[in-house]
Ligand binder design. Structure first.
Ligand code: ATP
Length: 364
């Protein structure tokens, strides 16, 4: 186990393009760090530089306090799990897991057997040790790849989108298994994903990247509640945050269809008449018809036409089209010209508590 320190890491490809641009990031000993961001943001490149599969253009990479820039991958003592599993098809599950141990000198056959069984136990692979990878399901193959990673003591585990080839249910299951395994072994882990559910549920901390630049490094909760910029605000959270043009009017914040008090967190940081973009998370909306009058009076209410609803079991989403409100649509169009297009969504999504809806049905 070891801490990983990155100091001003740059990866420049031949044409001068910087896939990773001046990234400094400290990963503590035993920490579970997620690297997340949209396709092409440089997260895999960064991971590959930790492992040594990619040269570092400039900056320092330290593992356990040692500078490893020039060290070959095999001398860094790391385990990597790939998206495509990278198993040996001609070897059994047992031999696939045992493989890294066979490359090491001085490990007895008994010791290999003991360690493979220990890893297989943890991953519920005991019954499949004699099978070849071709005769396993996708989830089982991924487990074998993980077994191979955990069978020896390493400085860190590195995962590159390990669950992308699995269906949604299995992904959820494997997520909890990886989390449990990491906690049990306490090994420093770096995990690359573009899936923000994985990012939010697995990591102690999450590093958000965009176009090679580190945007924010924080706990999942802090990313959600205190994003440092619109990119992080829009990227973290599903459905995404809504962005609306807003104007400060004294102690009030005027939005296209409602008016609220300037939030306490923003008080003192904004000035009268200032034009802003307000971010509203879907879960901050409630269906006013379901609220008691006192609670309703405390909030800001507005009338809206519902375009589409999505039923999710424990809640439902209501999509309110801006087109139904020409004034909002116009203001958003003006705003879109100033912002990059990723920042704006054409629809406002409102999450409604399903239980309230059921109550209404009963009363009705
Ligand atoms: P994805 O989620 O799609 O895998 P990523 O965030 O992992 O994306 P990287 O694979 O790290 O992205 O790539 C970062 C950028 O570097 C991309 O724009 C990619 O096109 C570019 N890139 C990667 N490898 C090379 C290369 N060998 N030569 C030139 N550019 C490259």
């Amino acid at each position: 186990m070891s801490a990983i320190e990155m100091r001003n890491i740059v990866k420049e490809y031949g044409d001068g393009f910087k896939a990773v641009n001046d990234v400094s990031l400290d990963i503590a000993d035993g920490e579970f760090m997620i690297l997340v961001g949209p396709s092409g943001c440089g997260k895999s490149t960064l991971l590959r530089m930790i492992v040594g599969l990619e040269d570092i253009t400039s900056g320092d990479m330290l593992i356990g306090g040692d500078r490893v820039n020039e060290k070959a991958p095999r001398d860094r003592n790391l385990s990597m799990v790939f998206q495509n599993y990278a198993l040996y098809p001609h070897l059994t599950v047992f031999e696939n897991i045992a493989f890294p141990l066979r490359l090491m000198k001085g490990i007895s056959e008994d010791e290999i057997r003991r360690r493979v069984h220990e890893a297989a136990n943890m991953l519920e692979l005991n019954e499949h040790l004699d099978r070849k990878p071709a005769n396993l399901s996708g989830g089982q193959r991924q487990r074998v790849a993980m077994g191979r990673a955990i069978v020896r003591q390493v400085n860190a585990f590195l995962f590159d989108e390990p669950l992308s080839n699995l269906d949604a249910k299995l992904r959820g299951q494997m997520r909890t298994e990886i989390s449990r395994m990491q906690r049990r072994l306490g090994t420093t882990t770096v995990y690359v994903t573009h899936d923000q559910t994985e990012a939010m549920t697995l990591g102690d901390r999450v590093a958000v990247l965009r176009r090679g630049l580190l945007q924010q490094v924080a706990s999942p909760r802090e990313l959600y509640e205190q994003p440092v910029n619109m990119f992080v605000a829009g990227f973290i959270g599903s459905p995404p945050m809504n962005f609306l043009p807003a104007m400060v009017d004294g102690a009030r914040l005027k939005l296209p269809f409602l008016e609220v008090e300037v939030p306490a967190a923003a008080a003192g940081k904004v000035s009268d008449g200032q034009l802003l973009i307000a971010g509203l998370r879907p879960d901050h909306f409630e269906d006013a018809r379901m609220l008691d009058p006192e609670k309703r009076a405390r909030g800001a209410t507005f009338r809206a036409q519902v375009d589409v609803t999505e039923w999710l079991g424990d809640s439902q989403y209501a999509y309110l089209p801006f087109e139904a409100n020409p004034e909002v649509a116009r203001q958003l169009a003006d705003l879109a010209a100033e912002l990059d297009s990723e920042a704006l969504r054409s629809q406002l999504i409102i999450k409604i508590d399903a239980m309230s809806r059921l109550r209404e049905n009963h009363e009705g």
